[in-house]
Ligand binder design. Structure first.
Ligand code: FES
Ligand code: FES
Length: 932
């Protein structure tokens, strides 16, 4: 049918299938990809647009109902070529992190402000309740909506057009400034291209056929009838079509996951075949039409099944289904426990937690001669390049990874997902091939947070000091290794919490099961471990009759004291200061909760506190970053930055660091980000490493270019630099010399990673940094990380004793970040981390096959968020650029234990199985003898 409608004020006529969704009409037919798709089920709100003046989920509206409709999308918000006031407010407040939810949020907020020009905070929260955000914790979004409704100026964002960068501070003042995101305008206008937003016109579509069984053998029958029935089916790929090695995985010795299963599947959702053809065909073929004969077997689901004495092996190379173990010990543990005055023990169990990024995996691949280009969402371009070279049987230089915008990652886009499938198809067919995972497919097939079983024993003396810790944990790593070894090695180092303990032992195992593979998720196992160390610190404080904050402060690790691995941190150990800065909030919260509880309502309030430390970067492994900054003949400065910005703001802060190191205003820096043909390897965006590791590389690159410019002018180190078109002016001690950049030869070392000349670059600065670590010995002793971040958070909750429901009212987070390069981004990470910690504590539980959607799998909505106050402690790290460490993962780790501690304080209930659903809280209240 031909549809006539008005879109963003313009009359449009378009041919559609009446059954297709409005999202497809907008995105595929009209090219308006600002409207995003996160679920196609009405659950996420990413597709929110205005239909005849009211917000609706475009994925739920069939085209057949749209005749004469008036539709407004995010592309229609800008006014007279400038950001609308609402868009400018989102930009100014840092309300967009990854940005995939931002168009939906903006449309929901537009609807609100049209109906209610001066909304209250509660009204704003309610109006945004249908749009999910996994990054921001919602607070800055609500702030932005309220700011847009008020008349206050929007610093830096007022009057910004969709094509201009906001102005920055003067030279030398970028570090520490609340600079707006370098990529923020693209996010608030919907112009940023995510994995599903662009592909070559002639691209074929690919859809994987996945196993409905968690453990089964299978055979594939004759495919000719399927081809005959569906002429649009171009090819069906099986494992036999993989050109190189049908195995991938994070560690060189543990590449155990096939791109397409080879006759047996090890988890429900594993890819078996890939259908390639036109879109209607590959989505029109039902899985039941594909001739696969299954032989299901009983799956080993969960730790107990996999560890049972006669359990079959999931991988022959892993006896007992134990993938790997981790261990750290020091001191005389037996004697320390024997002589301690108080000993407490506990066991905790956690669930699979889904990343629930709003953008399902998406991208395309294209063959270019004897090279392959893969444009997809990823957190790790160079690792993808090297893995894809193995899968395709190519040299790494034959693979180009072009990261698209990434709509949230949190560790879940560190592993390969669709890349081996689209690249194999494009390679074999000499046609571009694209793929977009559905929400259920994304949830069923990609990695999760490891479910864990943690047992620990803590001992202290009557003097209030820790004596010993004994800790063991098993992590369910699912069917394939992924990041299991990383979790097993990181957790023992952190197992005691950020406290000085004279004697300790920590042992971990990663266990194969027939569950969904578990991988990297914000914290690499330390959030699970923190439940134990913080739960037992509370118990010890209680048994010793001490205040929970003061007990932690007395034991907090400090500069000069050895860690569990014998490492002596000399500087940037801000644990004690975090606790000291929280003290007044803690005392006020305790008083307030006590006063509330005197009312004898069925609701009780409680306060909880938790600490954490987090080693930045890889554990005892090299993890270098290289960044380069070049100046061109016309004076343009370009930062070639291979660190993928997954929403946390690394592109902006690396530019801030580089600008100050070079000595020019940050707005003069242009960015090339992440393309493996143009940028050097800056490692993966994980382990909170980009600020520390790539930040140092950005500083070194800036200083190197500055040194080269000053040397040309014969200027001393304190000289000032100014760029005036094709002339660089260098001034010092009353002298000024101009360097005519347009007269310089091309820099001989200005070559891309493929050896191509970087156009017009006449000088280039190089920066490489690899944090100094050492391997750990058989007792785990060594220097696993060059530096640690520290944090403490307090939570106030209100629990309904009869219903078991928990509401988090307020959190205060104190984080030692070394130096806050950009406080807006740091606060954003803290808010987002707390939101994910709240979800882990209270509601998130992924069950394979039962919660593969955003309706049954609950994540916090706008209305679930408490007030959050952030305290930034700046204890500079001498190794780091301007002292800055990371905050991405530290923000999440203490949130759940602080909330559980608050529930216990309010009710006496000791929650040891996560999440703390109302039923579990109610049961724990009853087990504790009812309300205190
Ligand atoms: S894509 Fe429409 S609600 Fe999620
Ligand atoms: S900014 Fe909201 S989902 Fe990423």
């Amino acid at each position: 049918m031909t549809l006539a409608l008005t879109v963003n004020g313009a009359r449009r006529s378009v041919r559609v299938d009446p059954r297709e969704r409005l999202t497809d009409v907008l995105r595929e037919r009209l090219g308006l990809t600002g409207t995003k798709v996160g679920c196609e089920a009405g659950d996420c709100g990413a597709c929110t647009v205005l239909l005849n003046g009211e917000q609706i989920c475009a994925c739920m509206v069939p085209a057949g109902r749209l005749g004469g409709a008036d539709i407004v999308t995010v592309e229609g918000l800008a006014e007279d070529g400038r950001l609308s006031r609402l868009q400018a407010a989102f930009h100014a407040h840092g309300a967009a992190q990854c940005g995939i939810c931002t168009p939906g949020m903006l449309m929901a907020a537009t609807d609100l402000l049209r109906r209610q020009p001066r909304p209250t905070r509660d009204q704003a929260q309610a109006a945004l309740g249908g749009v999910l955000c996994r990054c921001t914790g919602y607070l800055k979004i609500v702030d932005a909506v309220l700011a847009a409704a008020g008349g206050a100026p929007l610093p830096g964002a007022d009057g910004v057009t969709p094509s201009t960068m906001p102005p920055g501070p003067p030279a030398g003042a970028a570090v520490g400034a609340r600079l707006l995101r370098s990529d923020g305008v693209g996010k608030v206008t919907g112009a940023e291209r995510f994995g599903a937003d662009a592909a070559p016109e002639d691209a074929l579509w690919l859809r994987a056929v996945r196993s409905p069984h968690a453990r089964a053998g299978f055979t594939v029958g004759d495919l000719k009838p399927l081809h005959a029935r569906y002429p649009g089916l171009v090819r069906v790929l099986s494992w036999k079509d993989i050109p190189g090695r049908n195995r991938f995985g994070i560690y060189p010795h543990l590449k155990d996951q096939p791109a397409l299963a080879e006759g047996q599947v090890r988890f429900r959702g594993e890819a078996v075949l890939a259908l390639v053809g036109d879109k209607e065909t590959v989505y029109g073929i039902a899985d039941g039409e594909v001739p696969i004969v299954w032989t299901p077997e009983p799956p080993l689901s969960g730790l107990d099944a996999a560890l049972a004495p006669r359990a079959p092996l999931i991988h022959d190379a892993a006896p007992g289904n134990v993938l790997c173990e981790g261990h750290v010990e020091k001191g005389d543990l037996d004697s320390a426990f024997r002589t301690a005055d108080v000993v407490v023990t506990g066991e905790w169990e956690t669930s699979f937690v889904e990343h629930a990024y709003i953008e399902p995996e998406a991208g395309y691949a294209r063959r270019a001669g004897e090279r392959i280009e893969i444009a997809a969402c990823t957190q790790t371009p160079y690792m993808d390049r090297d893995e894809m070279a193995l899968v395709l049987g190519l040299k790494p230089e034959q693979v180009r990874i072009i990261p698209t915008g990434i709509g949230g990652g949190f560790g879940g886009k560190l592993d390969l997902s669709l890349q081996p499938l689209i690249a194999t198809a494009a390679w074999l067919l000499h046609r571009p091939v694209r793929c977009i995972y559905s929400r259920p497919e994304s949830m069923a097939s990609t990695t999760k947070r490891h479910p864990a079983r943690v047992r620990a024993r803590f001992a202290a003396g009557r003097d209030g000091l820790l004596r010993a810790v004994d800790f063991e944990a098993d992590f369910n790593t699912g069917a394939y290794a992924s990041w299991g070894p990383t979790v097993a090695s990181r957790v023992p180092v952190h197992a005691t919490g950020p406290y000085y303990v004279p004697a300790m032992r920590a042992h971990t195992r990663a266990i194969y099961t027939n569950d969904t593979p578990a991988g990297a998720f914000r914290g690499f196992g330390t959030p699970q471990a923190a439940l134990a160390h913080e739960g037992l610190m509370d118990e010890l404080a209680e048994r010793l009759g001490r205040d929970r904050l003061e007990f932690r402060l007395a034991n907090a690790i400090r500069a000069g004291r050895p860690t569990n691995t014998g490492q002596v941190l000399r500087a940037s150990v801000g644990m004690a200061e975090c606790l000291q800065r929280l003290r007044p909030h803690w005392q006020a919260g305790l008083e307030e909760a006590g006063a509330f509880n005197k009312r004898r309502e069925p609701r009780r309030r409680g306060m909880g506190i938790a600490c954490m430390w987090y080693g930045i970067g890889n554990t005892s492994l090299s993890n270098p970053s290289t960044l380069r900054v070049g100046i061109a003949r016309d004076g343009a400065v370009t930062l070639f930055n291979g660190a993928v910005d997954i929403g946390q703001g690394s592109s902006t802060i690396l530019a801030q660091i580089c600008a100050d190191a070079l000595g020019i205003p940050v707005e003069l820096i242009r960015l090339v980000v992440g393309d493996t043909d143009l940028t050097a390897d800056a490692g993966k965006t994980s382990a909170s490493r980009q600020t520390f590791v790539s930040g140092k590389a950005a500083e070194l690159a800036g200083r190197d270019l500055r040194a080269k410019l000053l040397a040309l002018a014969g200027a001393p180190a304190h000289a000032r630099l100014a760029l005036d078109g094709a002339t660089a002016r260098v001034s010092w001690d009353g002298l000024t010399r101009g360097i005519r950049l347009d007269r310089l030869e091309a820099a001989p070392d200005a070559l891309s990673p493929t050896g191509a000349r970087l156009p017009d670059i006449v000088l280039i600065g190089n920066g490489t940094f690899d944090p100094p670590t050492t391997p750990q010995d058989q007792h785990g002793q060594g220097i696993p990380y060059a530096t640690y971040a520290f944090a403490a958070q307090i939570a106030q909750v209100e629990v309904d004793l009869e219903l078991g429901t928990t509401r988090v009212l307020h959190m205060v987070a104190a984080h030692d970040v070394g130096r806050a390069i950009n406080p807006i981004q740091v606060e954003g990470q803290i808010h987002g981390g707390i939101a994910q910690g709240l979800g882990m504590a209270l509601m998130e539980e992924y069950v394979p096959g039962r919660t593969d959607n955003l309706h049954d799998y609950l994540i916090p909505t706008c209305g679930d968020m408490p007030r959050i106050d952030s305290i930034l402690v700046e204890d500079p790290e001498p190794l780091a650029a301007f002292g800055a460490k990371g905050v991405g993962e530290p923000a999440l780790v203490p949130a759940a234990p602080a909330i559980l501690g608050a529930i216990r304080h309010a009710t006496g209930a000791r929650i040891q199985r996560l999440p703390a659903t109302p039923a579990r809280v109610r049961e724990a209240i009853l087990a504790a003898g009812g309300a205190p």
